[in-house]
Design a protein around this ligand. Structure first.
Ligand code: V0V
Ligand code: CO
Length: 146
């Protein structure tokens, strides 16, 4: 069951400048940063609020680490902006299977490693009314220390 918005992924050209925009404009602070080489991103997670299921909602600022990455290609075509949305679930495997059974393309056979040790998969935007959609199961709390 999807129980929260885990994050909104925002593609940017310069992570440090974009982080500074969100800090100076809204007061949001960086909760966590990491490089995910498999996904080709350097990212910053800004925690916006806790959620009633014990999780949280974030903005995920994404800078490509290489031009031929998914975010790099997307930026070249579209410029900066909202790249994907991510729903949180306690069971990404079960929810991805249920969505696949409804005819939506799930991009990975098995979830991959996402931000802060989470397990993630993506649904094809062409099957989701134009929205690249991610499903996320957060790592247990003790693994998410930054
Ligand atoms: C592409 N399209 C999109 C889109 N990206 N539509 C909405 N939102 C997006 N973000 C459209 C694009 O305009 C094309 O439509 C069509 O899909 C095919 O796109 P393409 O440019 O040819 O690109 P593809 O097919 O090579 O790749 C698209 C997919 C790719 C979605 C398959 O981006 C992908 O595998 N994404 C999942 C991984 C990812 O995005 N990782 C970065 C975030 P037209 O022009 O044909 O109509 S990493 C992350 O979120 C992490 C680590 C985390 O949360 O923890
Ligand atoms: Co994401």
């Amino acid at each position: 069951m999807l129980t929260r918005i885990d994050h909104i992924g925002i593609a940017c050209r310069n992570l440090d400048e974009t982080v500074e925009f969100y800090r100076a404009t809204y007061g949001f602070e960086v909760f966590h940063t990491e490089v995910n080489e498999e996904q080709g991103v350097r990212e910053a997670m800004l925690k916006i609020n806790e959620t009633s299921d014990g999780g949280a909602s974030y903005l995920q600022l994404l800078e490509p680490t290489r031009e031929d990455s998914t975010v790099g290609k997307w930026l070249a075509k579209n410029g900066e902006g909202v790249h994907h949305i991510a729903f949180g679930t306690a069971d990404v495997d079960g929810d991805a299977a249920a969505v696949r059974d409804k005819g939506v393309r799930v991009l990975y056979d098995q979830p991959r490693i996402g931000s802060m040790g989470s397990r993630i998969t993506f649904l094809h935007p062409k099957d989701c009314h134009g929205v690249l959609t991610e499903l996320v199961t957060s790592a247990p709390a003790e693994q998410t220390e930054h």
